[in-house]
Design a protein around this ligand. Sequence first.
Ligand code: ZN
Length: 372
Amino acid sequence: MRKTAQKKSTATKTPRKRKNSGSINRMDALKAFITACAVVVISLLISITIIVFHKNNVKHKVNEDPDVEIVNNEINDVEPVKTPSEPPTAPLYAPPPAVQTPVTHSSETHKAPLASKSAPVSEKPAASSKPAPVVPAAGTSSNNTAKPVEDKGVLVFVIDDAGNNLHELEPFLRISGPLTIAVLPGLPHSAEAARRIRTAGKEVILHQPMEALGGQNPGPGAIYSNMSADEIRAVLRRNIEEVGPVKGINNHQGSMITMNGNIMKIILAFCAENNLFFLDSRTTADTAVPVLAKQMGMKIAERDVFIDNEQNKDAMREFITGGLARAQKNGKAVMIGHTWSSELAPLLAEQFPLLRNRGFTIKTVSDIINEK
Ligand SMILES: [Zn+2]
């Protein structure tokens, strides 16, 4: 009751005031007008600020396109360092961990064919001066699904060190898609491994053992730096007779030999005469092969990534992801793994269809040499 009474009294007071003083009334109107103008101006300023802020935000999101980012990353040739962040392309599909225990080997290890007790059979691949890959965080996954599949580049997978046994080789032969498999000579299963690889429709190459700087035993049928040109050619012919016909040759170990221009000239000339390609495994950064091949007018291929320097699926996935970035940047990437990587065949079998769906083309070494 009291409230309504107050309201009534104020309501009656105000009009009386305005009636009594015209100038005060005009002042009030002016003040009201100025206040209204101020409110309008402030609202406009706030709106403009909001619009500008929103535009900037959208710009940032566009720059996070993962496919644009990945091309800017240099990938370390040899020992990509794992980073905790997600890879820039959509990461490879990771199924639940397998039960098998990984076997530890380094990239140029194979089960010593002649059971040499003394020599450690490991040769670290070349250290590269390039920085370790810094992988930015992944963009939103919806970005990828919305895009049409585009050509992301060519991937070549090479599996080294076949010939030690057949049971490690078999899972690779069942992979649906192109594979190049390199067979070591002079081992109990060399010839049979090569035969099975051909029957499975995969590409066979000779995995030519060569002397390494570290003095490891490269195994039977190896090329050493103290050999004559005739001896080198004879070794190559004998090895090819055993595992051939082959499409090409790549080096097993061989850091010492691939650095040696004189010997590599003999080997490359042998390749040219016999219509074989040479794939440089790049076990040393100081390899003479690329320069020599250029001088001799020969097309060669070079290894970009070792997949299984670390023997677990997660690490191998990261190496492959590095290869994908390479392929996107350079048009192609050659990735080398080994038959003794027990988890590699299942990983490739699982990844081949996924990689194709993402726009990568899987080919053999011959394919990329012929397209050069
Ligand atoms: Zn090898």
